[in-house]
Design a protein around this ligand. Structure first.
Ligand code: KG4
Ligand code: ZN
Length: 326
């Protein structure tokens, strides 16, 4: 089946085509316009999506050597995400589906992040544990089967990506903060400052990152002439330590021996390195860098999976900015 995927949940405009479980074309346009504001401005993001979607769909189809008439379905992010940006993508996708008389499926962005790991390793099989770490979510999922997911724990406050973004802002770095902190931390001493690790009572699978951000704020207020590399390295280490410890507990608790890491923070090299060293003996999978952060390949892939099972959305399906997975 040939499915066009469209992703507009935040500040990446993305389009991709999936044919029989294989991505044949994928385009991502990141909106750098938000950098100067220190975060995403929803109204600007919606307008940017609107400006580029038409051209990106044409380019993606051309690159894949696919004509509009060959498409057999459309998949679009239904939620979670920003209301305005979701509306832009969903309205565009609905227009295309109506015009081409194609079935359409509204896809859950978080579920798509998890399923990006099937693109990374087609041999991946259920059940597995997923550490989902994005700008809006930090969650541990027991993925038992297709459409059978159990939430084991999540952040009570800030997400891990948010901790990176807010920490970067405190350090005077631009948005998105994850890659900036990672860059600054290179060559820094990760043990220079003992930032707090919250909720570390054994087997507690909940997370909390807002105290960490506050302690960085206090540290920067109280110390002058600090070595910023050491600060960034210590801050990054505190986030990764917590994620790794809880992922390990989740694996032990479920007796699962396969885990996947999904979402934008999965692009972090320290997280990738630690998951291989700290979880040796377990099967650890993470997607290529361009499949970690927001993309449409994961939307097209998951959309095709649903549509090929005969599952589709009614044409009047709503956007769901707070869409849940289970
Ligand atoms: O999944 P994603 O692209 O968008 C959401 O669905 O939220 O994740 C974006 C988040 C941002 O908070 C960004 O700072 C973080 O992922 N991120 C990183 C890295 N690259 C992106 N965090 C740490 N290290 C990175 N290399
Ligand atoms: Zn995402």
């Amino acid at each position: 089946m040939i499915v066009l995927g469209i992703e507009t949940s935040c500040d990446e405009t993305a389009t991709a085509v999936c044919r029989d479980g294989v991505i044949i074309s994928s385009h991502i346009r990141s909106q750098s316009i938000h950098e100067k504001y220190g975060g995403v401005i929803p109204e600007i993001a919606s307008r940017e999506h609107e400006k580029f979607l038409n051209e990106m769909v044409s380019d993606t189809l051309n690159d894949g050597g696919i004509s509009k008439e060959e498409l057999e379905g459309i998949a679009v992010t239904q939620g979670p995400g920003l209301s305005g940006t979701l509306i832009t993508g969903v309205c565009f996708a609905k227009g295309l589906a109506l015009g081409l008389a194609l079935p359409i499926i509204g896809v859950n962005h978080l579920e798509a992040h998890i399923f990006a790991n099937f693109l990374a390793d087609p041999a991946l099989d259920f059940p597995f544990i997923c550490l989902l770490v994005s700008g809006g979510h930090t969650q541990l999922w027991h993925v038992k089967n297709f459409k059978d997911y159990q939430l084991m724990g999540e952040s009570r406050d800030d997400a891990a990506g948010e901790a990176f973004d807010k920490g970067a802002r405190i350090l005077g770095l631009v948005y998105p903060g994850g890659p900036e902190i990672e860059k600054l931390a290179k060559g820094g001493n990760p043990n220079a400052i003992q930032f707090p690790r919250a909720m570390m009572k054994k087997n507690n699978l909940e997370f909390s990152f807002s105290g960490l951000k506050t302690s960085l704020l206090y540290y920067m207020d109280e110390h002058k002439n600090v070595n910023l590399k050491d600060v960034a390295a210590s801050y990054q280490q505190a986030i990764i330590d917590v994620l790794m410890t809880k992922l390990k507990w989740a694996l032990t608790h479920t007796d699962c021996h396969t885990c996947v890491i999904a979402g934008g923070v999965a692009a972090n090299q320290l997280l990738r390195d630690c998951s291989l060293t700290k979880l040796s003996g377990e099967k650890v999978i993470f997607p290529d860098l361009d499949l970690c952060t927001d993309n449409a390949a994961m939307i097209a892939y998951l959309g095709e999976l649903y549509l090929s099972k005969g599952i589709k959305s009614a044409i009047n399906f709503p956007i769901l900015p707070n869409m849940k997975m289970a």
